[in-house]
Ligand binder design. Structure first.
Ligand code: PEP
Ligand code: MG
Length: 568
């Protein structure tokens, strides 16, 4: 068959070549057959047997979760067991077998579709998103009935030459296939549950590959380019040769890059620069350190809260933050308070369940009750997190970072809650750092324009260029249809960044960039030219950025900044 290419969104991880393993699309392909009255008992038994088998499978996966599995994996498995046992689903399917003469697969798939329809009518985006979980669990049961063993790796099978192609894999599915050489996923954005796990596995991964699971067949030779965001099916020999060369060059580059690990990050003319790591999960701190991070510039704490039936309590949060502080051994750790509400949803909370605002609620979630707005609307939840962060500050240098500031009042309100949290800890006799710095993210144009005001109220600033770009250019960062217009190097964005850096310097406050552009050596040169000396990025970019700095003079960087600001 001829070569063809599918385009998706990149999750990074480099490039890999392997044989495709297409995970089942059983829901789409469930066989439909009218059964005779005498078959009813047997079909009911098949359904019950399949559900019992899946329950045992999920239990086995839960028992076997690797120690470094993301924290939400166990919680997700729990949710799946509950859905598996859901009375509407199971009893509804049994009724269809008994009274509508449907075979077991048909009855179960039809009942599941009805449930999915119901979920899709929910106003709450969190509940709507659970459709993915329903489909995953239904697929498992259908596979069990069909005797289809495609989904799980075969015993003893070597996975390292296989590329997993899947429609909506559950985090648990990806963990089962963790030794595959790459992942190509049809649905979900870069912030989906599966994307979170895939990123943690550091394998070439592309998401948003429409119809990949239908177009690719088992054993097709495929290339996953996680950096370019493409899946190539049946690559021709020329392309394979190019890829092989790229991989060889990549290996040499990585080895060469590793040689600069012990060097201090500084420009060619000796100006020191701090390079720190962005992490989503506490366990990723070790890798950041291994790549030479001077600290953690951004811990996206909301990832501890996603996909949970119950939010993590204070003790669990303290333990999570403490893990990062301990791993970083005296280097600063910047914990950003929960940033949910746009493309990341928490389980239903009191404030939102009381909301009856109709369709305009969450119509435009990036502009809605997101990040600090959400936290201030949920002070009890926020205070638990503030206490946990304070307690972690007793163990090492911790900084607190407030996301999505648009009004200085939000800083005052947060400081008030912090005072309250400190008082509680004093009453309890628990230790914390009374001088823990409180910083804010400058990621909304309002905050960048008035950066001098924000700098006065804060101990440090961190520029979130991912959102600053989205809000300045009016481009939804998770909408693939406008992705080509999304450009952090747009002079309007750069001018807001330059303005923020200048305001921070005048107020003598440290300032960093922690958006994705901090991991791009071309952009970092421009930022150095604007006077920035602190960067926080995905760990995999640390050495490459350091290499760029070692070759850069501040004069050349200033020249690059002048050109970029003028749109040259
Ligand atoms: C940003 O907006 O640049 C940022 C670092 O935060 P996040 O990507 O988590 O929104
Ligand atoms: Mg942001």
């Amino acid at each position: 068959m001829a070569m063809f290419v599918l385009h998706g969104k990149t999750l990074g991880g480099g490039v890999a070549v392997g044989r495709a393993r297409v995970l089942s699309t059983a829901l789409r392909d469930a066989p439909q057959r009218r059964i005779a009255p005498g078959e009813v008992a047997a079909e009911l038994n098949r359904l019950d047997g399949a559900i019992a088998l899946v329950q045992a499978e999920l239990q086995a996966i839960a028992d076997d979760l690797p120690v470094d599995a993301p924290v939400e994996a166990a919680a997700m498995l729990d949710v799946h067991v509950q859905m598996l046992m859901d009375a509407t689903l199971v009893e509804g399917a049994r009724t269809r077998i008994r009274h509508q003469s449907c075979n077991a697969e048909w009855a179960y798939a039809a009942q599941a579709e009805e449930l999915v329809e119901q979920f899709l009518t929910f106003e709450d985006p969190y509940l709507r998103e659970r459709v993915i979980d329903v489909r995953q669990i239904v697929n498992r049961v259908l596979r069990a009935m069909l005797g289809n063993a495609v989904q799980d790796p075969r015993a003893g099978e070597a996975l390292d030459s296989l590329v997993v192609i899947a429609t909506e894999p559950a985090p648990a599915d990806l963990l089962l296939w963790r030794n595959a050489c790459a992942f190509a996923i049809e649905l979900g954005g870069t912030a989906s549950h599966a994307a979170i796990v895939a990123r943690g596995l550091a394998k070439p991964t592309v998401v948003g590959l429409t119809d990949a699971a239908s177009l690719v067949r088992d054993d097709d030779l495929v290339v996953v380019d996680g950096d370019a965001g493409v899946l190539v099916v049946n690559p021709d020999p020329d392309l394979l040769a190019q890829i092989e060369q790229r991989r060889a060059e990549h290996r040499i580059d990585r080895a060469r890059l590793r040689s600069i690990l012990p060097l201090r990050a500084a420009t060619f003319d000796g100006v020191p620069v701090s390079l720190q790591g962005n992490i989503e999960l506490p366990s990723e701190a070790t890798e950041a350190l291994a790549q030479g991070a001077d600290g953690i510039g951004l811990l996206r704490s909301e990832f501890l809260f996603l996909n949970r039936k119950q939010l993590p309590d204070e003790e669990e949060q303290v333990e999570a933050y403490a893990e990062v502080v301990r791993a970083m051994a005296g280097r600063p750790v910047t914990i950003r308070t929960i940033d949910v509400g746009a493309d990341k949803a928490l389980p239903r909370t009191g404030a939102e369940s009381g909301h009856s605002g109709g369709a305009h609620f969450a119509e435009n979630p990036s502009l809605g009750r997101r990040a600090i707005r959400f936290c201030l609307a949920e002070p009890e939840l926020f205070k638990v997190q503030l206490r946990a962060i304070l307690r972690a500050s007793a163990l090492g240098p911790v900084r607190l970072l407030i996301p999505m500031l648009t009004h200085p009042n939000e800083i005052l309100a947060t400081r008030k809650l912090l005072t309250h949290a400190r008082e509680t800890l004093i009453e309890r006799g628990q230790r914390f750092d009374p001088a823990m710095p409180v910083g804010g993210m400058i990621e909304v144009p309002a905050a960048a324009i008035a950066a001098d005001v924000f700098a006065r109220e804060l101990d440090f600033l961190s520029i979130g260029t991912n959102d600053l770009t989205q809000y300045t250019l009016a481009i939804d960062r998770s909408d693939p249809r406008v992705a080509a217009l999304y450009d952090p190097m747009h002079p309007a964005v750069l001018r807001l960044i330059a303005r923020t850096i200048a305001a921070a310097r005048r107020a003598r406050r440290p300032v960093a960039v922690c958006g994705e552009m901090a991991g791009d050596p071309v952009a970092t040169a421009v930022l150095i030219g604007m006077g920035l000396r602190e960067f926080s990025m995905n760990s995999t970019a640390l050495l490459q950025v350091k290499q760029g700095l070692l070759d850069l003079t501040v004069d050349a960087a200033r020249q690059a900044a002048r050109q970029a600001l003028r749109f040259d």
